[in-house]
Design a protein around this ligand. Structure first.
Ligand code: HEC
Length: 181
């Protein structure tokens, strides 16, 4: 066997081994693909997700919600949202702690299906959506240019986040921080 033949033979053997490896790997890669797709979808959903800090309701809507609240909810939860007897407060740290991390769909569904406790289910979805806007405003979340809507699963994509995110990021980007002097 000359040196050239030997090198060529080794080269072919390597190629064959590489091909065999690829053939063995293909089904494994194919099997991984659905998992990857699901992961990607979940990551996209998280990336597209908004929070209660993203100006998800309008002031006009919150005022409409406030009027509806005064008419429908205040008799149990009190006019200033502070709660009374068995009806808990709907503003403040206890309320924010209870709903922190949940999606707005849950809050909406809770009100829509369980309120008022004496005759549950009488409120329209739109009324509940407007009242949720009022609750968000009363809990210190910012209003914006677009109304909150319960349509097309929109409330599934908005998370109730109690503390404002990114304060440190803004400071790091050179936003004015209050002086300690
Ligand atoms: C008849 C009295 C009554 C009325 C009217 C009423 N609620 Fe309630 N609500 C309660 C009671 C009692 C509870 C506590 C028991 C429960 O969660 O079912 C409660 C609980 C809640 C909760 C859950 C609070 C938490 O942090 O767990 C929310 C949110 C809520 N109400 C919102 C509303 C809104 C908004 C309206 C008006 C659209 C409304 N309720 C009307 C009595 C009432």
């Amino acid at each position: 066997m000359s040196g050239t033949t030997s090198r060529r033979w080794h080269g072919r053997a390597r190629l064959r081994a590489a091909l065999a490896g690829a053939v063995l790997l293909l089904p494994a890669v194919a099997a991984m693909r659905p998992v990857r797709a699901a992961e990607t979808r979940a990551m996209n959903a998280r990336a597209n997700e908004r929070t209660t800090w993203d100006s998800v309701f309008t002031l006009v809507q919150a005022e409409r919600g406030q009027a509806a609240y005064a008419k429908e909810c205040a008799r149990c939860h009190a006019a200033g949202l502070e709660g009374a007897d068995a009806a808990p407060a709907l503003a403040g740290s206890a309320f924010q702690g209870a709903w922190n991390g949940q999606i707005l769909e849950e809050l909406h569904a809770r009100i829509h299906t369980a309120m008022p406790t004496d005759t549950p289910g009488v409120y329209s979805k739109q009324l509940v959506t407007d009242v949720v806007a009022h609750l968000l405003r009363a809990n210190g979340f910012p209003a914006g240019a677009q109304e909150l809507t319960h349509e097309n699963g929109a409330l599934l994509g908005i998370r109730f986040v109690a503390t404002r995110p990114g304060a440190r990021t803004r400071a790091a980007q050179g936003a004015r921080v209050p002086s300690t002097r």
